[in-house]
Design a protein around this ligand. Sequence first.
Ligand SMILES: Cc1ncc(COP(=O)(O)O)c(C=O)c1O
Length: 480
Amino acid sequence: MAKLLKKYCKDKTSVQVKAPIVEALKRSFEHPSYQFHIPGHTKGRAIYDDFKQLTGTRMISLDTTDEFDNLGTLHPATGPIKEAQELAAQAFGAERTFFLLNGSTVGNIAMALGCTKKGNKILVNRNCHRSILTGLILSGAEPVWAIPKQVEGWSIWGSISPQDIEDSLNLHDDISLVWITNPTYEGVVSDIKSISAICKRRGVPLIVDEAHGCLWNFSNDLPETALKLGADAVLHSLHKTGGSMSQSSMLHIAKNSLIDANAVEKALKLMHTTSPSMLLLASLDAARANLVSYKGKKLISRMIKNAKYLRKRIDGMEKIHQLKPDFGFLTDVTKVFVKMDGISGKRLETILEVDFNIEVESASDVGVLLLVNQGNTFNDVKYLADALEKISQTNYTDLYYLENRKHMPLVIPQIKMSPRDAYFSKKETVSKHDAVGRISAEVIAECPPGISILLPGELIREEHLPYLKDYEFIEVVKEN
Ligand SMILES: Cc1ncc(COP(=O)(O)O)c(C=O)c1O
């Protein structure tokens, strides 16, 4: 107990255990001004009553934007916001950190605008998030695809081989940037250390979209963060697993980065709202303070224990299988991708939802993705494990989904035009069957996980059709 207390006291005095935006919001709440500025609901007075009751009066009265009441500004970062970003940079081991609204989506777009130009060749893994593509459409840079290995029997992309990165850089000596997603949505981890060493030898900057790995810096039981492995910039969706509110993310520029932080900052200013939500910014500040606190450490260690418990229980279930490191790549222990013999992932999702009131992260035709989070108690995880066990011992049928599967087509793309040229070309809309052999003018990427099936500039092929069940028409580049 004395040891715990000592740790807690140390924690309390640490420079990291303060949250400047939270404190500034608290001050403004405790000393309210006569408000003649936006937002017009004026501390929740002019708002729909049911909504106010639902959120609570305090929550809605804290909804404000930057500039007012000494809360600082986001662009440029001043006051408590600047201080909070500096604390975040220190906590994550970065040179500079930018707080993002509109998620890592805006971070990826700003990175593309800040780091690439029309015609630049960018080496990107094919299973990147669609926001990277949005960025490339806007900047006019052209992707050279790094195709990950496929994970046999799971219908997902796996890890990216450093050798493939090296080969692509040898083949295209004009590649000006490497951009890798790690981990994948399902938790597959690539060897960023080796990829970073390859990039460093050639002086090519490396961005790592670590949207799903924002906790990695805070536990030795999780993979190493790219900020420690030599990446030049890293994105973190703190709202996904880090404990901040939806839409709030961070973009870190590494120490000794090859990336120009000022150019990225300018691009962020271009893309960001001019009325940033102080609640979202405060939630980023609070998430960082929590992660470095004693409580945060306890929560993360509980999360890992719970994830290991769940994995062990699943190992004992004959009909349920999980994605594991023994498949030839590392995985993040907290992302548990499971499949069950005889039923699809969609059916398993429905059973969990309807019969057990369990909501999963996502489901594919093959499997279900379960996230064990910081906030989950042991009882939550035990309830989930018990439910999976019951399901595995019951004879559920799955006629509908098994017959209507639309496997993610892990098709190697045939690029006919740059994404930007195709996106801004003259277009027409044709039935999906007539679209075969034509060049796509739109991004087709269902969320989650937001990985592209087809991109502007790519040839539409028969292999794509099974996946396009929900599409009647597709936008294609108009022929002369
Ligand atoms: C790998 C990856 N990068 C970026 C994003 C976009 O993140 P956000 O939802 O924070 O905008 C996602 C979203 O799912 C993602 O999976």
